[in-house]
Write a protein that binds this ligand. Sequence first.
Ligand code: UT7
Length: 315
Amino acid sequence: MSGIKIKGTGRFVPAKAITNEYLSTIVDTNDEWITSRTGIKTRFHCTTETHTDMCVGAARQALENAGIKPEEIGACVVATFSADYLSPSAGCMLQRELGLPHDTVCFDLNAACSGFLFALHTMECLLAAAPRKYGLVLGAEMLSRFINWEDRGTCVLFGDGAGAVVVEWREDYPSIHALLGCHGDPNMLGVTGAEKPAPARIFMHGQPTFKFAVQAVPYCIDQVLERSGKTMDDVDFFVFHQANARIIDLAVRKYHIPPEKYYKNIQKYGNTSAASIPLVISELHDLGKVGPGSRILVVGFGGGLTWGGALIEFA
Ligand code: UT7
């Protein structure tokens, strides 16, 4: 047995709120459509803040919350595809800004909206071999830089933000039993890349992505429970990637999850891709809905197409 548990959480969201009412003045849309189809009311976009600012804000809060000093961190993984530079990575920028030791392994990982789960699993593996047993795991996105304002089907969905957790690895902690997967699909959902002369822009085929998501979520729940030998009753809280309130509602109905065991903040932040799961975890922690001893089942899905699930406890 060996694994990681969460010691502390943090988050950072930029100051500028973008309301549905504002969007309806610049795009052919309206509050009724956005609310009923997605659950989103506002999202936050960076104006003066950088991606690095968001990462530093979330990471500092998580370190303070955990009572861990930067020099105790053995590895730092940032799930993102929207960092300030293609290189250096957001992880390298964090090393500098937080003053992490030079031998702390710092890097970025791209698994789109499932990225935070890929990063948690990577951290569990990394810390087993690291000299210092605390790790920083972030999900951070500045999606406002990729929004296609000509596409009302996607431009209303996405927001910016960062969430962070400090985890501790111990031999007597259980594994998070991560289930991660992908099937390469370049057309369904993503951000245009180097092959295009135009600036990088988000694209998505909404309905097939929705269908993929509503299949991926129960698959991940079932697989994680089977791998960990746990039941629904062993789970204190369910944390879902916040892509669409309707996707969460379908999962809640299918598994009869009571209201006190799941949470939505998509109405506030929109879809923040890799940041959405740690933003939920950090808010739940602050609200006292999760804390020492809590066991949470986390599910993500997104571009790639990628999916992931894990069961993680609070130390
Ligand atoms: O985070 C990664 C994973 N992401 C997801 O899982 C997202 C999955 N997909 C979705 O959440 C939904 O498909 C969307 C929210 C993106 C779209 O909702 P939908 O119910 O699937 O709408 P649709 O794309 O089928 O469009 C329905 C109608 C269309 O009009 P017509 O052709 O029926 O006349 C669209 O043109 O809604 C129209 N529409 C809009 N109307 C007002 C599309 N976007 C808008 C808009 N405002 N912003």
